[in-house]
Ligand binder design. Structure first.
Ligand code: ADP
Ligand code: MG
Length: 208
């Protein structure tokens, strides 16, 4: 990933979130407070604008700026969680270009940030259920010698599988946990947006 690809990724996430805003909000209306689509649309629209205007010498500068903008523009739980994740990702990438192994290590730091802040574990029906398998798949494909685009495609597939697997789970973290057993049978909104974020990465990586 170079500086241009980092910027293009954030812009592609903003487009994908905009296109899926109503879907994300519908999912959050079933087991939350119906704001996940508007939260992320506001946050990533602001982040895309911020990185488009940014003069950056490193991949990390683009990603840290993204994280800081998400934290300051999203009111819900997902703002600090995604914002912290992008900041952690960026802090590991203080270079003009990162190969897939370096990016895999940075993704692990992003996942750790989400887990530290939200104290959720895999299976709690959160964004972690898409994020953790995506990071594992990216790492594995990269270790097997896959290039960045191949690793990103594997991560996106794994995130989507993890997203779908949240449906039968009972939520144990966040607002959805207040519903107890009634949270079963609904796909988690945050796992769904995480899948969009990794699919956007795969798409922009494939186009370079
Ligand atoms: P809020 O719940 O404050 O309305 P959002 O609707 O923007 O915030 O985001 C909800 C999503 O955030 C959930 O679907 C879930 O994936 C994720 N989430 C909530 N709490 C946590 C947590 N403690 N750890 C990880 N992810 C969480
Ligand atoms: Mg919500």
């Amino acid at each position: 990933m170079d500086i241009d690809l980092a910027r293009t990724w954030v812009q592609a996430i903003a487009v994908a979130v905009g296109q899926n805003k109503d879907h994300l909000t519908q999912l959050d209306s079933a087991i939350g407070d119906a704001d996940h689509g508007t939260n992320l649309d506001r946050g990533f629209t602001a982040a895309a604008a911020a990185v488009t205007d940014l003069t950056a010498d490193t991949v990390g500068a683009v990603l840290v700026k993204t994280g800081t903008t998400l934290i300051s523009s999203i009111g819900g739980a997902s703002g600090p969680l995604y914002g912290g994740a992008f900041r952690a990702l960026g802090k590991q990438l203080d270079v003009p270009a990162a190969d897939s192994d370096a990016f895999a290590a940075a993704l692990a730091a992003a996942l750790e940030s989400i887990q530290k802040l939200g104290t959720a574990s895999p299976g709690d029906k959160t964004m972690i259920d898409a994020f953790a398998p995506a990071v594992a798949a990216f790492e594995e494909r990269s270790r097997q010698g896959g290039d960045f685009a191949a690793a990103a495609a594997a991560a996106a597939d794994a995130a989507e599988e993890g997203m779908r697997a949240t449906t039968p789970l009972q939520a144990r973290k966040g607002r959805a946990s207040y519903l107890g057993a009634r949270s079963v049978g609904h796909q988690d909104p945050g796992a769904t947006s995480t899948a969009l974020i990794f699919r956007a990465l795969a798409d922009v990586a494939a186009a370079t």
